[in-house]
Write a protein that binds this ligand. Structure first.
Ligand code: SF4
Length: 465
C-alpha cells in the first residue's frame, strides 16, 4: 500500500424492488441521507431500468448532489448508492462512486466501502491486459475485474473477482438483473440485509434500513455473497473460514448509535464502555459530560457507574463537518473552535469529567480543556472510551501519519500535560472488548498494531482524526 493511495471511510446502500412501480432511487436517496455520517465528500446513485444502468454522482453532501429533478431522471426498480470520504489528494469527482462499467455483455455498477491491500498488483495485471482506468480508486479495480470475468456468468465473475481481491470490503453491485452484496472474509467492514415489502436492501448500517421503513433481516456474514434477483435470493460463503474481525472503531465512533452491527447495538456498546471506564479509572468529580455526539452515551455510562451527575456542558454545532475528516490541520482547528461551545452555568466552579470516544491528534481535546477552564471549571479530567490510537489503519479508515497520532510515542502522563488536563485515562483493550460482547472477533489494529490480515507495509504516510 503506497502512501498516496486512497483510504476511505464510506457508506454503501443497495435496494432491489420486485415491482417496476417502486422508485428505487428515492429510497436509495433516503438510505444515503442516513449514512451521511460515513462520508461527506461525494455521493452517487446508480439505477437500473430496462436493462440500462444510469448513474448520477458528484462532489458534496447527498442533499446537494440530489434534488427532486435529479431524482426524477433516475427511475428504476433497483439501485445502488454510495457516500464517500477521501483524503485531500484524491478528493475528485473521478473517484466518486458508484463506478459503472458498460460492456458488450451488460452493465454493472459497484459501490465499495473498504480498502484493498492488493489493489496495485491487480491494477497492473488489468492494465497489462489492456484495461483502462479513469480514477485512482481501488474500487474501480473491482468493477473492472468483474467486467473482465463477466463472460463466465455473473456468479462466477463475482466469485472469481472476490477470491482475487484482498483487504476489507463491503460491496454492493448492481447488474442488469440482480443486486449483489459481498463482505470480506474477516467482515472488517459492516454490511447487513433488510427487507422492504417484497424488496430487499443491502447496506452498511441498519439505521439506513430503519430510515426507509424497512425491516432488518440479518448481518451479511464474513466471506458471504448474496445475490438478489426477481426469482430468488440466494447466498453462499465464498471464502475459507477466517476469524471474524469487525472494525472495533465502528462501535467507538464511526457508526450511528441507532445501528446494530453483528448483533451488538452501537449505543449499548458505548454506554457499557463508559461504565467500564468508570470502573477502571474513576475520579472524584461534580459533573460528567460527553463530547457530543459519540461521547454522550459513554458519559451516561460513566455517570451511572461512578454516581457522578451527568449533564450536557458542551453544545455542538451540528452544521460543521466532523473534524476527524477535515483534510488540513488549519481547517480542523477552525472547525473545532466553531464546533463546540460551553454552557458556562453548568460548568462554573465544578470538577468536570469529560468523556470522549477517542483521541487521535488531540486537537479537539486540547481545545475543550481550554474552553472548559476558561468557563470556570475547577478541574478537567479526560476519560476516553477507546484505548490510545497508536497505529494506522489499512482497512478503509483514513488515519493521519503515525507521527501525528498524539498517543504514538507519548506516555499517558505526557499526553495529559500536553492537553492541559488534570488527569487522563483511556479504557483498556480488555475493557473495550468487554463493552462489545466480550467474546472477541474484532479488529483492534489501530490500538494494538496487530491486524487481522497482513497489511502491505506501513509507509508512515497512511491515513483517521
Ligand atoms: S485498524 Fe482500527 S480503524 Fe482500522 S479496521 Fe481495525 S479497528 Fe477499525
Amino acid at each position: 500500500m503506497s502512501g498516496d493511495k486512497l483510504h476511505e471511510e464510506c457508506g454503501v446502500f443497495g435496494i432491489f424492488c420486485d415491482d417496476t412501480e417502486t422508485d428505487a432511487a428515492s429510497l436509495a436517496y433516503y438510505g444515503l441521507l442516513s449514512l451521511q455520517h460515513r462520508g461527506q465528500e461525494s455521493a452517487g446513485i446508480a439505477v437500473v431500468k430496462d436493462k440500462t444502468i444510469e448513474c448520477r454522482k458528484d462532489m458534496g453532501l447527498v442533499g446537494e448532489v440530489f434534488n427532486d429533478e435529479a431524482l426524477l431522471h433516475l427511475k428504476g426498480h433497483a439501485a445502488v448508492g454510495h457516500v464517500r470520504y477521501s483524503t485531500a489528494g484524491s478528493s475528485t469527482i473521478d473517484n466518486a462512486q458508484p463506478f459503472v462499467s458498460r460492456f458488450k455483455l451488460g452493465s454493472i455498477a459497484v459501490a465499495h466501502n473498504g480498502t484493498l491491500t492488493n489493489a496495485d498488483v491487480v491494477r497492473e495485471l488489468l492494465e497489462d491486459a489492456g484495461i483502462g482506468f479513469t480514477s485512482s480508486s481501488d474500487s474501480e479495480v473491482i468493477v473492472n475485474l468483474i467486467a473482465k470475468n463477466y463472460k463466465k456468468g455473473l456468479e462466477k465473475a463475482l466469485t472469481d473477482t472476490i477470491k482475487f481481491i484482498k483487504g476489507s470490503y463491503a460491496l454492493v453491485v448492481l447488474t442488469d438483473e440482480a443486486l449483489v452484496g459481498a463482505r470480506d472474509p474477516n467482515g472488517i467492514r459492516p454490511l447487513c440485509l433488510g427487507k422492504l415489502g417484497n424488496g430487499w436492501i443491502l447496506t452498511s448500517e441498519s439505521c439506513a434500513i430503519d430510515a426507509i421503513g424497512g425491516e432488518f433481516v440479518r448481518d451479511v456474514e464474513p466471506g458471504e455473497l448474496i445475490i438478489i434477483n426477481r426469482d430468488q435470493v440466494f447466498s453462499f460463503i465464498f471464502s475459507e473460514k477466517t476469524p471474524r474481525a469487525v472494525c472495533s472503531f465502528e462501535y467507538v465512533y464511526f457508526a450511528r448509535p441507532d445501528s446494530v452491527i453483528d448483533a451488538v447495538d452501537v449505543y449499548g456498546a458505548r454506554v457499557r464502555a463508559g461504565e467500564i471506564l468508570g470502573r477502571e479509572s474513576a475520579v472524584e468529580a461534580d459533573l460528567v459530560i460527553g463530547v457530543p455526539d459519540s461521547g454522550i452515551p459513554a458519559a451516561i455510562g460513566y455517570g451511572k457507574a461512578t454516581n457522578t451527575p451527568f449533564g450536557l456542558g458542551i453544545v455542538k454545532s451540528k452544521y460543521v463537518g466532523r473534524t476527524f475528516i477535515a483534510p488540513h490541520q488549519k481547517q480542523r482547528e477552525r472547525a473545532v473552535s466553531v464546533k463546540h461551545n460551553v454552557i458556562k452555568s453548568e460548568i462554573q466552579g465544578k470538577r468536570v469529567v469529560i468523556i470522549d470516544d477517542s483521541i487521535v491528534r488531540g486537537t479537539t481535546s486540547r481545545h475543550l480543556v481550554s474552553i472548559l477552564k476558561k468557563a470556570g471549571a475547577k478541574e478537567v479530567h479526560i476519560r476516553v472510551c477507546s484505548p490510545p490510537v497508536r497505529f494506522p489503519c489499512y482497512f478503509g479508515i483514513d488515519t493521519p501519519h503515525r507521527k501525528d497520532l498524539i498517543s504514538n510515542g507519548n506516555s499517558v502522563s505526557e499526553l495529559c500535560k500536553s492537553l492541559g488536563a488534570d488527569s487522563l485515562a483511556f479504557v483498556s483493550v480488555e475493557g473495550l472488548l468487554e463493552s462489545l460482547d466480550g467474546k472477541g472477533g474484532y479488529c483492534l489494529g489501530c490500538f494494538t498494531g496487530e491486524y487481522p490480515i497482513p497489511a502491505a507495509g506501513d509507509t508512515e504516510s497512511n491515513h483517521p482524526k
